[in-house]
Write a protein that binds this ligand. Sequence first.
Ligand code: SF4
Length: 237
Amino acid sequence: MALQGIRNCVKNNVRVGLRFTINKYNFRDIAGIFDLIAGEGIERACFYHLVYSGRGASMASTDLSPSQARKVMDLIFSRCRKLSAGSAVRSGAASNTEILTVDNHADGVYLYLRLKQKDPRRAEAALSLLKVNGGNKSGIGIANIDHLGFVHADQFWGHYSFGNVRERRFSEIWMDESDPLLKSLRNRLPLLKGKCGRCNFKDLCGGNFRVRAEAAHQDTWQEDPACYLTEEEITSR
Ligand code: SF4
């Protein structure tokens, strides 16, 4: 029935996007998802990495290993190329399909490193875009206001609030850097420890998800456990 719903939407020009969170039980299905995208004319798909805070805390053990995460990213990169090439053959234009990977900013660095080996010109273009983007923006360009009005650095920081919009205006809460977490998230790069502290790509990744580091190490500034890049890669720049 879900598939029929997708087909009905595509047929009636309603934009369709698929989303799911990758874990060790479903990562083998990603190739099949790409077949579905190509076969059904779906224009967008988002593949989420697991962020194990809040309700996700009990799911940490279902996350991919670093080698599985790399294989998944390699597969996504190659299937994106295939999707684009297939569309160019059919219509003479590159595919309009948007493929997003979400919640792991190491993906951008990995994409850059892969392009550097295979297509240096595009690697430079990707590098410029990644520099502009700056990686994780929780507490900087991203905020979350929950259903009770509490303001968080993003939707994964439900256990820590900067204030409530029923008591103070959002603009006041957001500009008030007397909160130590808010201030630190905005000045995070020198605070990073472990692998993230040693990494030469901090400016592209932004230290990834601090809430995931906190969940794994009980230390907000420790390395993000979901980074699958090797020591050689993070120091290669
Ligand atoms: S080591 Fe940390 S800062 Fe560097 S790419 Fe990985 S998650 Fe990002």
